[in-house]
Design a protein around this ligand. Structure first.
Ligand SMILES: [Zn+2]
Length: 252
């Protein structure tokens, strides 16, 4: 079992395949990826599209025989609508978590709306996954501040700081016990430092597959394997930690 904890269902797949995930799944399966946490794309760029995209993403994942696990998005800039849409995504669409991309969405994550969304996520045991690694709204330290204010909510740095903020991501995870990190973006030397200095029980692996037809899953899985982790750490990062993060979803 390998769980890719950072993928997208983007418009390139939707315009080619409609709501049929079979070719998307085949691309991931070529690398041994058995399950994927799937994040939105268009709804992050334009909040007029996010409700439709949440619907589409739920439908695509429902057609995947349990292999694709959908995360919704909302726009925290519009608090009332954001809270209502998050509730709809959980109760009606049965989505499994919340993705916020503060940089693309143009919102600070330290806000009243985010506080309320985080409390809801904690209540429902839904992880909140952030894009991180790009100023001015998407820094790991900003996510850490939010995580410390909401200790019952599990939050994930979707990129562990990317190329320039991975040191900050290490400090952020060490300073907030409910903050996890997805190894998706930093270079090999940074990945090695993250694994060495952070709690391995809170690390995940992801590829960012699905933005385009590029074969990034093979590339990023190769990076992870280049770290030469022992078997138990590799198993934790690729399978055991995602199971703990997402709860009983894999038994479906
Ligand atoms: Zn992404």
């Amino acid at each position: 079992m390998i769980v890719d904890c950072h993928t997208h269902w983007a418009d390139c797949f939707q315009s080619r395949d409609g709501l049929d995930p079979s070719r998307w799944l085949a691309d991931e399966a070529r690398h041994g990826v058995t399950h994927a946490l799937v994040l939105p794309y268009l709804g992050l760029l334009d909040d007029r599209l996010l409700r439709q995209e949440n619907d589409d993403l739920a439908a695509v994942c429902a057609a995947s025989a349990g292999r694709m696990i959908p995360f919704c998005t909302v726009n925290p800039f519009r608090k009332v609508e954001a809270v209502a849409e998050f509730r709809r995504a959980i109760e009606v669409l049965k989505m499994r978590g919340l993705k916020i991309h503060p940089w693309l969405q143009g919102v600070s994550i330290n806000s009243d709306a985010m506080d309320e969304l985080c409390e809801m996520a904690g209540h429902w045991k839904m992880p909140v996954l952030f894009h991180d690694g790009t100023p001015c709204y998407s820094l790991p330290s900003q996510a850490a501040m939010l995580a410390r204010r909401h200790p019952k909510t599990t939050m994930v740095l979707g990129h562990c700081g990317l190329f320039e903020h991975w040191r900050e991501a290490i400090a952020a995870m060490r300073g907030a016990e409910n903050l996890w990190g997805c190894l998706c973006g930093p270079h090999l030397a940074a990945l090695s430092e993250i694994v060495r200095r952070c709690d391995c029980q809170r690390l995940l692996w992801g590829s960012d597959f699905g933005f385009s037809f590029a074969d990034v899953a093979g590339y990023r899985l190769g990076l992870l394997q280049s770290l030469r982790l022992n078997d138990s750490d590799y198993e934790r990062i690729t399978a055991e930690n995602p199971k703990r993060l997402l709860g009983p979803v894999f038994s479906n």
